[in-house]
Design a protein around this ligand. Sequence first.
Ligand SMILES: Cc1ncc(COP(=O)(O)O)c(C=O)c1O
Length: 432
Amino acid sequence: MTNAPLDNEIDLRGLKPLAKFLPFSPPKVDADELEQLREALFSGWLTTGPRADEFEKVISLHLGVTGSLALNSCTAALHLGLKVLDLAPGQAVITSPLTFVSTAHAAVYNGGHPFLADVSADTGNLDPARVEDFLEIHCQKGPNQYPVHKKTGLTIVALVPVHYGGHAVDLPRLWQVAVKYNLHMLEDAAHALGTSQNGLPIGNPGHRPKGAEHLISMAAFSFYATKNITTGEGGLLTCSDPALLDRARRLAAYGISDARRIWGRYAPKGTWIYDVAELGYKYNFTDIQAALGLAQMRKLPDLQEARKRNANIWTKHLEKFSHLLELPVTRQGCGHSWHLYPIRLKIEALNCDRDALIIALKALNIGTSVMFIPIHYHSFYRQTLGYVEGDFPIAEDFFKREISLPVSPSLAAEDIEAAASLTCSLLARLAR
Ligand SMILES: Cc1ncc(COP(=O)(O)O)c(C=O)c1O
């Protein structure tokens, strides 16, 4: 044991921590959720049922789609999305290194391979130019019109972009690439409920260009505890092809031929008879989750407004530190959901590193997070993908300099003001 300061420890003398810890992303729930839950609990039915149906209708209306499938997580939605595209061993997708592992896991669950392409430096989103370079340089047209990776012989069937932090990936440009190379699209929209591009919500197949109807457009949302709306755990899949959405519904209910019937089998008109048509999973969304979700959807505009307000407070305070850090951008045409507020430090201008700053912020009672440890840094993916550090320099640089600051709608403006002002006092002593 030693009391010597750690290398890089920041001197906090004279800085007064916030009176209470400011958590990174607490959910915003109140009496509405409690009332909806109470009704669901005493309704006589707890699992997938009328409330789950209603939740799907509400979300579908919000996204402007004809149907959607609520599931127990976004991970399940990504898994089933690729499954109904028939992703199989010998096939691959292209995704971003700067994402949560679920995005890559979804390909691997199906026996497929997640190729990675680097991100854009400003948004952290999959860069369409890098995707095109990969397809142009490393792939050739295969017999069934899909590109085939020259080195491995894997057939690439889909792009899986992520709307990082709630900022839309450049869908118009990415769709151009998808159309050129005959690729389907499954958007990881875990952060993107509330995100729009060119006025159209993410998840709406209208982003797909006219004439490309042969390509499937899907999106997978998350309602995990920290997300823009929460059902505790939960997710949802949208799909431009209703038949594929029906198959995903069956796969989410063990593979039982009529998924709606299995959940209704104890109802007056229900029956105990069912048939398992294929190997499915137990990925269903319960009426209890739906009760939470319905209450959350009613306040979505307020939740979004509060996120935006909190993001603006951080910007107002931090923009005078442009010599020390970069603030999140909003590209033209993007309606940001502000799921995250990711800043990137200019390490060369600071006398400490990113991790020391996180520790200092925590000591000052400011909760933060880092989004994300790149996919190819995880030991599982190091072994299975064969990528090494340096392969995706932009994503790696983004990760090494990134800190996500709290913007949850349940955090009061005055608490964000206090945290932002304290962060400024800290930053003022960190310039090299
Ligand atoms: C980008 C991204 N994709 C997928 C997921 C998985 O979502 P879920 O926890 O609902 O499975 C997350 C969760 O944090 C995420 O951040």
